[in-house]
Design a protein around this ligand. Sequence first.
Ligand SMILES: Cc1ncc(COP(=O)(O)O)c(C=O)c1O
Length: 418
Amino acid sequence: MNPHEKQFETLSVTYGERGQRPADGVEDVVVPLHLSSTYEVSDINPDVGLEDLDPDEGQFLYSRLSNPTRNALEHRLAALEGGEHGFAFASGTAAIVATVMAAVEPGDHVVAFDDLYGGTRTMLTRLFEERLHVDVSFVDAREVDAVADAMREETSLVWMETPTNPLLRLCDIEAIAEVARDHDALLGVDNTFLSPACQNPLELGADVVVHSTTKYLNGHSDSLGGAAITDCPNLSEEIAFLQRVGMGNMLSPFDSYLVLRGMKTLPLRMRQHNENAMEVARFFEDHDRVRAVHYPGLESHPQHELAERQMSGYGGVLSVELDTDLDGTAAFLGHLSEFALAVSLGGVESLVEHPATMTHSPLSQAERDELGISDSLIRISVGVEHVDDLISDLEAGFAALASHSMASSDAAAMSDDD
Ligand SMILES: Cc1ncc(COP(=O)(O)O)c(C=O)c1O
């Protein structure tokens, strides 16, 4: 099947699976879970090296190098991002470390968004800068000029994430791709927050896209995984080497099976995530106990015009600054029941988290202040439940916040009387 001749929804359901039936006579409709760590070969052949084995021809030797279930997933990942080569990793972090490692050498320079996922930022500083002597400049990539100004002769990689976590800031992939190209640098984009159903960085000029498949691609909060997809043959060769030999950080067959299954409903899920998140964002925007709502789908988002241009859906994640303090925020969160208080995002169930004390607690107060992460900021991953139930739940949170505020002002009045 030529992926270019099929629609996204069709590729999501079957691409990579048909023609993956190595068990003679068994016509599985779904790719089976291949747990074998090794494969029997018919004979020895001194003329065939490891690199000559073609999994698409049923040639498997050892499961770290290639595995039929993972192979099917890697084809589907590539097809959905519109790339040639897909790689499935043990986590999003594993995908990012292999991709960055494939693109840089000691002495190189990387320009990265200053609002990256915390783990990626720590990886770039503690592993690449401090141990591997790769210089990294973090810039506010909402401004393309900030990226252009940071470029040096030795810049080999530009690393972006859009939208960012938790403030949903955007960067202009197409414009930044041009800056990278002008400097012979590669552009990598972490597309975790939107998935290929809502944004296609390769089409916009990126050289490589990564995902934490833990989030929307798997979509059911029951598997950790990562992906890298690229069209560049050299980069692809390096990533393949690192995944299979240099690091051995590929995705397990069972997780590959889960992600393949999860991806079948990606377009359906994303449609509902987008729709529900928009309604929830508007509900918050209209509420008088809210200071700010960060969601690229709202006209009030400062980069809404860019969002309309480069995204085909605005995703299921938003963040909200409640008009209260830490205790009021705790009262609000403590009275939600449909939204589980948990980190992560992208699953079918709605989650809420408190960046200041959860995902961003490793940062100092000063660093959080600089980024704009206050004690009353909450981040929500809107699931696919009925939106009326989600909004009722949020109303219960606001009712608890109102009671809390009343009790606090009564207590303050009593202490004034004393
Ligand atoms: C944008 C983004 N990239 C990468 C990662 C890392 O993925 P994983 O937890 O699968 O290693 C995360 C995790 O939350 C993330 O949000």
